[in-house]
Structures are given as structure tokens and as C-alpha cells.
Design a protein around this ligand. Structure first.
Ligand SMILES: Nc1ncnc2c1ncn2[C@@H]1O[C@H](COP(=O)(O)OP(=O)(O)O)[C@@H](O)[C@H]1O
Ligand SMILES: [Mg+2]
Length: 324
């Protein structure tokens, strides 16, 4: 349904009084990803690796430097005007911070039905009816529709954001860290709501989180991102039980899961800023326990290893996969 091909989003760094471009932040640097109808792909990686930028670029909220995004076989960048508006209704986003993403001056009813009104879809149904229907759908009491967002708890606000996203009956939703700002007990409720809505409406999600223990609850496939590039992509089971890329392994060893033996990997040294993306070679090499001389020279391509794709020089594909 959604096909992302080799997209790059580079932000120019401007310097001096002439505003000359001194370089680029390669926030997203050649990511390819496809998502089927009804499927959830989890996108994980530490803060600043480009997850939000990728999600926004897919929805056309961020200018793409190169590459294509196709939704139902239509190139989003080639569409204009009415066609684009109609298609864009199918693509929605839920933001990380339920406190910052809702306009504090609008009532819940206005917030939820804003999109419907904007697209001229409030036909026979009045604003009130539409708001009540959507509020019930996300587990909120319709009595609260005349109140303002600050009167609700974090979890309830995230439900308001979800109702807002659902109002235009989308097919695909980018959930950008939708539970990261919530208490652990509330996180589970919101995840359950998203699961429930997925099966009821056959929705597809790109579920972004820095936390593998959250992503595994909802994603069928997981893509691991490091400094603008995907380093490993496989089924939830493959990533959670048998991670291959050294970065995925350290991510996994950093979380505690019931019934899973903690691996002995050392915690990662440094952070993203301690290891600026080298122009060539593997971006992870400065922090990698397996780094080889070749890692400094050649950017590792994504290869199939143990049934999933991994970008690492240090891992050897099995003989059968070489033959393929
Ligand atoms: N509008 C922007 N202008 C310049 N740099 C940006 C902009 N938005 C994001 N970045 C940079 O792009 C990188 C990725 O950011 P982001 O996508 O927000 O990461 P994540 O969501 O994984 O934490 C960061 O280094 C960030 O500073
Ligand atoms: Mg983010």
C-alpha cells in the first residue's frame, strides 16, 4: 500500500552573513520501506536518528531531497490540488506530545471535527454527532466534548488526538512516539486502543518509538534506524529473539523483558553526537564492537542475512543466501 523508495531529507546548515550552506544534516539518508494494508511497521532508534523526520517526509510534511513516496501506486509528489487533498485524507499522524499538539483554545468537539469541516465532510451529520461518534470510538465520554484539552489527563488527550486522526477515515497513520509521554499503565491502554482500531478499520501504522519494549507490543515488522539509515529490518520475532546487527543487539540488551535472558552485550559508549556520521563507510563504526577496516571505507548495503535485511560488513550471510 505504501512504498517508500530511497528517500533522503537533508537539512542545510547555513553560516555567516551570506547564509551560505556550510553542510547538511542528513536526517534521513536513503531509506526504503514498504507497508502493506493492515500492517504495522515499528521504527526504532535512539533520539535524533531521524525517525520523526522520516514519518513527516512520508506524509509530505517535510521536503524530500530525493527518492519517492508512493501510496496505492500514486506518487505523492506528482499529485497536485484536489487529487492530492483527497489522497492526503488517507494519511494521518498522531504526535508524541499530547500537550503541545492540541490547540488549547479549541473545545474537544472543534478539535475532533476540524478536519471534517475543512474537507467539507460535515454533511448530514452535525459537528456534535460526529464528535460524539468519534469520542465513543476512542473510549471517551461524549459529555466532555465542550471542554478544553487542559481539562483532560495525558492519556485522554492522546485519545483526543487519535479521534482527530480517525475523523477522516484514514488508511495509514504515522504514530510518532504516541505513548512516550504517558505513564506506563496508561501506555498499555493507548496501545490496546490502537490495536483495537487497527483490526476494526484495517488500518496500517508506522509506529515510531525509541523503545523496543513498546514497539514489540504492536508491530508485525520492525525497522531499526541509525543516523538516517535503516540498519536492520525483519519480523518482530526475528528482531526480538535473534537480532543480528550489533546496534540492534545493544538496543535489545538495554531493555528488560520477561522470559528473555539478558544478553552480555556491553552498553553502547557515547551518543549520537559523540559519533558524527562519517561521510563514507558505516555510520555506526565508531561505536561498534565488531568494526573492521572495511567499515571505514565502504557503506554497508542492506543484505539478506538469516531471513531479514541487515547492513553490516562484519556479518557473513549463510551460503544459501549467497546463492540467492
Ligand atoms: N527542521 C530542521 N532543521 C534542521 N535540522 C533538523 C530539523 N528537524 C530535525 N532536524 C535534525 O534532524 C535529525 C533527526 O531529527 P528527528 O527526525 O527529530 O529525530 P528523532 O525523531 O529520531 O529523535 C536531528 O539531528 C535533528 O536535529
Ligand atoms: Mg522524534
Amino acid at each position: 500500500m505504501l512504498d517508500v523508495e530511497a528517500i533522503k531529507v537533508w537539512f542545510p546548515i547555513r553560516r555567516g552573513i551570506f547564509n551560505t550552506v556550510a553542510g547538511y544534516v542528513r536526517a534521513v539518508d536513503g531509506v526504503s520501506l514498504s507497508i502493506k494494508e493492515g500492517e504495522t511497521v515499528g521504527l526504532v532508534g535512539e533520539s535524533g536518528c531521524g525517525k520523526t523526520t522520516l514519518g513527516r517526509a512520508i506524509l509530505g510534511l517535510e521536503k524530500i531531497s530525493s527518492g519517492t513516496v508512493r501510496f496505492q501506486n500514486q506518487d505523492l509528489r506528482a499529485l497536485r490540488g484536489k487529487q492530492l487533498r483527497t489522497l492526503r485524507r488517507n494519511l494521518q499522524m498522531i504526535f508524541q506530545d499530547p500537550f503541545a499538539s492540541l490547540n488549547p483554545r479549541l473545545t474537544v468537539m472543534d478539535l475532533i471535527t476540524e478536519g471534517l469541516a475543512e474537507h467539507g465532510l460535515l454533511g448530514q451529520e452535525s459537528r456534535k454527532e460526529a464528535a460524539a461518534r468519534l469520542m465513543l470510538e476512542v473510549g471517551l465520554e461524549p459529555e466532555g466534548m465542550c471542554r478544553f484539552p487542559h481539562e483532560f489527563s495525558g492519556g485522554q488527550r492522546q485519545r483526543i488526538s487519535i479521534a482527530r486522526a480517525l475523523s477522516l477515515q484514514p488508511k495509514f497513520i504515522v504514530c510518532d512516539e504516541p505513548v512516550s509521554a504517558l505513564d506506563v499503565s496508561v501506555q498499555a491502554q493507548v496501545i490496546n486502543l490502537l490495536l483495537d482500531l487497527r483490526s476494526r478499520h484495517n488500518l496500517s501504522y508506522l509506529f515510531i518509538s525509541h523503545d523496543l519494549s513498546v514497539v514489540r507490543l504492536i508491530a508485525q515488522r520492525i525497522a531499526v534506524m541509525y543516523l538516517g539509515k535503516l540498519v536492520e529490518c525483519g519480523s518482530c520475532e526475528q528482531i526480538m529473539t535473534d537480532p543480528q546487527h550489533p546496534y540492534t543487539r545493544t538496543l535489545l540488551s538495554a531493555i528488560l523483558l520477561p522470559g528473555v535472558k539478558r544478553s552480555r552485550t556491553q552498553p553502547l559508549q557515547g551518543d549520537l553526537t559523540a559519533a558524527p556520521a562519517p561521510e563514507t563507510g558505516c555510520a555506526f563504526r565508531n561505536r561498534c564492537p565488531l568494526a573492521l577496516p572495511v567499515c571505514a571505507k565502504v557503506t554497508p548495503p542492506l543484505r539478506t542475512i538469516q531471513g531479514r535485511t541487515v547492513a553490516c560488513h562484519a556479518l557473513a550471510p549463510s551460503n544459501q543466501e549467497v546463492a540467492e
